[in-house]
Write a protein of this length. Structure first.
Length: 273
């Protein structure tokens, strides 16, 4: 009886419950030195239920680093303790190359890598994407343009949604940068602008999307988020837009960021099952 009881109790403890929390730094998801990410795995994770937030930094597709989001990692661990987190780097555009669709391809490569690692990491394919500025553009494009795996929710901090209107509303320096990044002007290379505009791929099956923007943003005009919300509304996609009066691009005060994460936490808990 003692042997039988012992075996029964041992079998009742599923392997996933014994898995400790783990941090994996600079995991390569491609052959380029820039294609690395930090992965934070919670204790007790399970392949059928543990969700993951994938974070993508901004920097106009030419600068920035995953370390810029280290504070976000801390906040998400506190607010969504059962979630895994991936904080990614990607190839940055420069005068020598890495123009679009390099960043789009890196975003796809991250997703594909994590799908292949679900058993190893003991996580599910329930992905939430979070990005700021250029990173928000990348997560929006991934979520709307690609259907497998289906992204469960998107968090968009002041991301470009329509590259043509972004070009038309930008100053000379930004326009010049977009010409390099996208291989010309909207008139000269319309297909690239069309293919890199998340707004062009929205349909009724797209994931719930929460959006944040400052109404004094001089880099990505708040109209980008208004256009995005209106298109999502047209297709009946669950969405939420918060526009902060008087705020520009990035460098928001702590109180605003805390309020934003209050909304993010509630939105994800309500919409990601």
């Amino acid at each position: 009886m003692l042997v039988i009881t012992s075996c029964q109790k041992e079998n009742e403890i599923t392997p996933d419950l014994a898995i400790p929390a783990e941090t994996l730094n600079n995991v390569s998801y491609g052959s380029d030195a820039a294609q690395k990410m930090d992965i934070y795995l919670p204790a007790g994770r399970k392949t059928d239920s543990t969700k993951m937030v994938i974070m993508v930094h901004g920097g106009a597709w030419i600068e920035g680093d995953k370390n810029d989001f280290n504070s976000f990692v801390t906040v998400l661990k506190q607010r969504l303790p059962g979630y895994a987190i991936a904080n990614i780097n990607y190839r940055l555009a420069n005068v020598g190359g890495n123009y679009f669709p390099t960043q789009e391809n890196d975003m796809k490569a991250v997703i594909n890598f994590l799908v292949q690692k679900t058993d190893d990491y003991h996580i599910s394919q329930k992905f939430v994407l979070l990005g700021a500025s250029a990173g928000a553009h990348m997560v929006l494009l991934q979520a709307y343009k690609y259907t497998s795996p289906k992204i469960r929710a998107v968090v968009d901090f002041f991301g470009p949604a329509d590259m043509v209107s972004l070009y038309n509303s930008s100053d000379f320096n930004t326009q010049f940068g977009l010409q390099l990044l996208l291989g010309g002007t909207p008139a000269g290379n319309p297909s690239m602008y069309q293919q890199t505009s998340p707004i062009n791929f929205i349909d009724a099956q797209d994931p719930p999307t929460i959006i944040f923007h400052g109404d004094q943003d001089m880099i990505v005009n708040v109209s980008q988020s208004t256009l995005l919300k209106n298109k999502l509304q047209t297709f009946g996609v669950t969405n939420q837009l918060t526009v902060y009066p008087g705020l520009g691009h990035d460098l928001w005060p702590p109180a605003t960021m805390n309020a934003s994460f209050d909304k993010i936490e509630a939105f994800i808990k309500a919409n990601v099952q």
